[in-house]
Ligand binder design. Structure first.
Ligand code: GLU
Ligand code: MG
Length: 442
């Protein structure tokens, strides 16, 4: 780290937008006083930025209007990363109007409101953990087998540096894994309150990127970095606490051990899942990953320990002193890192809350291969194929009045307009070129 007295360390006010990209503006860290509600300016049309750095045109905002980034003092993270010239503090910020009211398109405010509604309507708070997979591209390492210790050690000290940086940032890393794919790794975080978990996902992505850059490596969280390669997923684990803080996800007497309320939440998600993928798997190449036999997700499928299910009941180990009620959690698998974590989690919460309010019955559990079932069997199990392209996902989302109703019309117009422009811009690329292009961005 630089001890150069001419360097003034910065604090960055950041927002992660509809394109899943973290952007922001910085001030001198020494001029930031917690509680003083300092804000920096922001521009509405930024939300219409495609991942290709072109603003969708036309968009609802044009060149006019002003917003502010309002930092959340409770969501400040220190980036003191090995090899960086200076440390950086980042502070998660909400996009607000000049009078401080949340802006209709702010993804973090959208999540906050969804969580507040969940808590008000049901008394439930959510614990969440984002599990990320990513790959090192063009690494000049000797080949190594999948999951192998040597795959981890040839990247050393990447693992210790990553775990150390995340620990210092206060985001509680859990397990670092050499994964199945070529030069693929995974890192899991301890569960946290839902908003903090989405903030931590942002910190995790930027930490991996900065550490990789500092070592001269190129990393990517893109859902596919090669058409025939493995996918990089973002698996979103969730569980609930009731108003008294007691675990509320597990009921050993019910199918899969899923409490009645958690079953309704899951049913709500599955009901709207084809539309939700427009937000959680939001790039054209996301659909190269959401295919059968990819260990990702390709049907509206609730499963116990099956890694092709879109909502998977995770195992609880009987080794050690784990309290099953506390450890019990469900994993949402059709998400990737092209998605804004706050938006992805926000639509899950909204769909789950609908499920609870409508007292939907828990979906049937299935394990196996849906392709081996006939249409009637799949229908009986509620197994519907997920959209097979971003265009299909967007059409499905726009046709789902419930999902559209969670947003202000102008937010849907902004999101869909940006994504349609992204599709146009990606339109001429063949899949392999698209994977390469997205690998550069994400
Ligand atoms: N790489 C898989 C995915 O795209 C997940 C593999 C696993 O279960 O960890 O989601
Ligand atoms: Mg994995």
């Amino acid at each position: 780290m630089s001890g150069n007295p001419l360097h003034e360390p910065l604090i960055s006010f950041v927002t992660t937008d509809y394109a899943g990209i973290t952007r922001g503006r910085s001030i001198a860290a020494s001029s930031y006083v917690p509680g003083q509600t300092k804000t920096v300016g922001w521009v509405p049309a930024n939300m219409s930025l495609t991942p290709f750095d072109l603003i969708a045109d036309p968009n609802p905002w044009g060149s006019s209007g002003d917003l502010r980034l309002l930092p959340d003092d409770t969501a400040r993270f220190r980036f003191a990363i090995e090899g960086s010239a200076t440390p950086l503090d980042i502070i998660m910020s909400d996009i607000v109007e000049l009078d401080g009211t949340p802006w209709v398109c702010c993804p973090r405010s959208f999540l906050k409101q969804a969580l507040a509604d969940l808590e008000r309507e049901t008394g439930l708070a959510m614990l969440v953990s984002f599990e990320h997979e990513f790959q090192m591209l063009d690494a000049a390492w000797p080949a190594a087998p999948a999951f192998a210790l040597q795959a981890q050690r040839r990247a050393d000290p990447f693992g210790p540096a990553l775990v150390g940086a995340l620990r210092d940032a206060g985001v509680s890393p859990e397990v670092f894994i050499p994964e199945y794919g070529k030069d693929q790794f995974e890192i899991t975080l301890a569960p946290a309150a839902a908003l903090a978990a989405a903030d931590r996902a942002v910190v995790l992505r930027e930490t991996v990127r900065e550490l990789s850059r500092n070592r001269g490596w190129r990393c990517s969280f893109a859902p596919k970095t090669a058409v025939d390669g493995v996918g990089n997923g973002v698996h979103i684990h969730f569980s609930f606490r009731d108003a008294e803080g007691a675990p509320a996800t597990h009921d050993p007497a019910r199918p899969g051990g899923v409490s009645e309320m958690a079953g309704s939440f899951v049913a709500g998600i599955l009901k709207h899942l084809p539309a939700l993928t427009a937000f959680t798997a939001p790039s054209p190449i996301s659909y190269l990953r959401l295919k059968p036999h990819h260990w990702s997700s390709s049907y509206t499928w609730f499963g116990e320990r099956d890694r092709e299910a879109s909502l998977r009941i995770c195992p609880v180990s009987q080794v050690g002193k784990t309290d099953p009620a506390k450890a019990f959690n469900i994993e949402y698998r059709p998400a990737d890192a092209c998605a804004c974590p706050h938006l992805a989690l926000g639509v899950m919460v909204r769909a789950g809350l609908e499920g609870i309010q409508q007292k939907l019955a828990a979906p049937p559990l299935f394990s196996g291969d849906p392709a081996l079932l006939d249409g009637d069997q799949r229908a009986a199990l509620g197994l519907r194929r997920l959209p097979q392209s971003l265009a299909e996902a967007l059409d499905t989302m726009l046709a789902d009045e419930t999902v559209r109703g969670w947003f202000a019309p102008v937010a849907i117009e902004t999101y869909a307009g940006m994504k349609l422009r992204e599709l146009e811009l990606a339109g001429d690329m063949v899949d392999a070129a698209m994977c390469q292009r997205y690998a550069e961005i994400y």
